[in-house]
Each structure stands twice: as C-alpha cells, then as structure tokens.
Design a protein around this ligand. Sequence first.
Ligand code: SAH
Length: 222
Amino acid sequence: MSAAAVGHRRGLARAAREALAGKLRGRGIGDERVLDAIAAVPRHRFTEEGFTHLAYEDQSLSIGHGQTISQPWIVALMTQALMTKGGLGQVLEVGTGSGYQAAVLATLAPRVFTIERVAALYRRARALLEELGYDNVHFRCGDGAKGWKQFAPFDAVIVTAAAAGIPPPLLGQLAVGGRLVAPVGGRDETQELMLVTRSRRGYSERRLCSVKFVPLVGACGE
Ligand code: SAH
C-alpha cells in the first residue's frame, strides 16, 4: 500500500473512533476524559479479522475461546464509574480478554495490572499492547479472582467477567478511597453492575445497571 493510502486508512479509523465517542456521548457517557480515551484506542486492532468492519459499532464481538470483547458503551460506563476528579490511579483489571479495556484504562491511568486465565488470550493481548506502545500495562496469566497482592493496594479494580459475588481478595486489595466495578450474578441470573467504594469506615455499594458478561471462571461457586 502507498504511504498516501496508509494515511487515508488511518484517517478513516480515526474518524470512526471519533464517531463512536460521539455515539457514546449521546448514550449518556458524560466524562470527556473517557470519550477522549475511546477516540484514541484503535479498537479494530482488538477484534478478530472477520469483524474489523464492526469494530466501531457499539456491540460486543467474539474474540475466540468462547470469550468476547465488551461493547464500547459498557467499557466507557465502567471506566467512567472508576474515574475521580484527579483521574485514575493504579488499576487492576480481571479478565484481559482482547486487551481493549486495558488499553482504554492505560490511556487514563499511570499503571494498569491485568490478569487473564486463558493463556492464548493473555499472550495475544500482551503482544498487541506492546506493539501499540502501551508500556504501562503489566500482564499476568492466572486466576484474577485472587487479585495481584504484590502490587496492591489498587485505586481502582475492574472485573470484566461475572460471578455470584465479588471475590473477597479483590475487596481486600482495594485502597481506602478506591473504587471497584464488577458484574454480579450467578449463571442464569440477571447480572447487576455494582460499584463498590471503600472508605475508612468500610465498603458501600451501588447498583449501576443490568448487564450480561461471560462468567468469571473458578470463582464463587463456578
Ligand atoms: N476486558 C475484556 C473483555 C473480557 S471478557 C476486553 O476488553 O476485551 C472476560 C475475560 O475474563 C475472558 O477473556 C475470560 O477468559 C476472562 N476470565 C474469566 N474468568 C477469569 C478469572 N478467574 N481470572 C482471569 N480471567 C478470567
């Protein structure tokens, strides 16, 4: 491809990302920092070959291994729920999947720690984020329900797979003043997206909306 054609393609991808951010603004995402991050991350690089043309639609897509890349609206909503006035601090993500959510977080946070249990997905996401230049993301292959004690506490924790309850180690590794967002609901149950905040006095939680995530494997009764 000629340099002009490459440039033209990049321009189209940029325009598609900005259009997606605009669509999400229309769907109630009000935090411009989050919308800027959505406009900055090339989602088409995180989808499977056959789905590239759908990369900037507001829908979840298969990434193989029975897993999905989340719908952009939910990525934005969860990210927005974690944001404070000062931005995002150190983040832990459980369920790397394609790595897209991790890239959005890495655009906003100084350091992101992300854990994936499927080795093939872990390897693919790590290689892609490295190639795209996200050098503030740290990857681990294993059970994310246990958290990542070595780097705790985390100012923000995001769980992108659903369980009947929030794994206690993740609550324990949340900093005082920190926020955790996670889908809660067993198999065949409606899942609720919960926002937990930790203060000196303990934890308080708030329901954000109903959602549909793949299960968190190996946690809470799976
Ligand atoms: N955040 C992802 C979407 C993830 S889908 C993205 O942006 O693409 C949920 C992911 O959680 C799947 O890849 C699944 O393999 C992973 N997962 C499920 N249970 C897990 C566990 N106990 N520990 C770590 N990862 C887990």
